[in-house]
Design a protein around this ligand. Sequence first.
Ligand code: SAH
Length: 246
Amino acid sequence: MKAGRNICGWLLVAIALVCDACIAADEAMAKERQAMVAEVAAMARDFHAGTAGGGIDAHVLAALGRLPRHEFVPSTLRASAYENRPLPVGYGQTISQPYIVAVMTDLLRVGAGDTALEIGTGSGYQAALLAELGVKVSTIEIVEPLAREAAERLRRLGYGGIATRIGDGYHGWPEQGPFDAIMVTAAASHVPPPLLRQLKSGGRMVIPVGPPFQTQQLMLVEKRADGTLLTRQLMPVIFVPLTGGH
Ligand code: SAH
């Protein structure tokens, strides 16, 4: 009886120690995440990327501060999850640099109740950031296993409201559109006309345009109320190419 109580006692101590370690690890991650957000905010202040006032909207920064990037990278890279750089996510693809994710999100000027289409789900991180802002998100990924993993991850992390699809995003998702905002997170040789058609009047699209595996230009396309397009070239970027047989 006494031995049994002792075992229970030690078990409780062990559980308490494990819990303490988990809480400490969570706190360390949260600290790293806040440092990453501060770095992104400072970079955006220093570098005007066509964002209002050169800084990133406080809502976007707050959402970035809530998002557990370590859940979106392979477990072997968790220690690097809050470094402000792209990381490989398998199948030759990458999760974008947090600074670029923040700038592109900011450029869309979306908020609660807006609709957005993302081309290139990848890890699901960008889609989750938009969902954190209250946006109704649809996202398309061409690499089937990545799409499946991202859909499962998004559900597990509480982003089950995001609509996911496997396919060539060049053609968009007309049944879900038209959209207030469209974000392409792979580099295209040109702005896909189907995506322009699925953008609402007054809507905004961000897309890297340029040759594969070389510097591309981040473009902002605005569809004015009368349907005409205003296109601006904002900054040099490097994205993986938009693939598919389109
Ligand atoms: N937004 C992602 C990172 C994008 S990396 C994130 O937050 O993690 C670019 C992604 O675009 C890759 O996963 C790649 O497989 C995908 N992709 C490339 N061409 C595509 C196409 N035609 N349609 C849909 N997805 C495409």
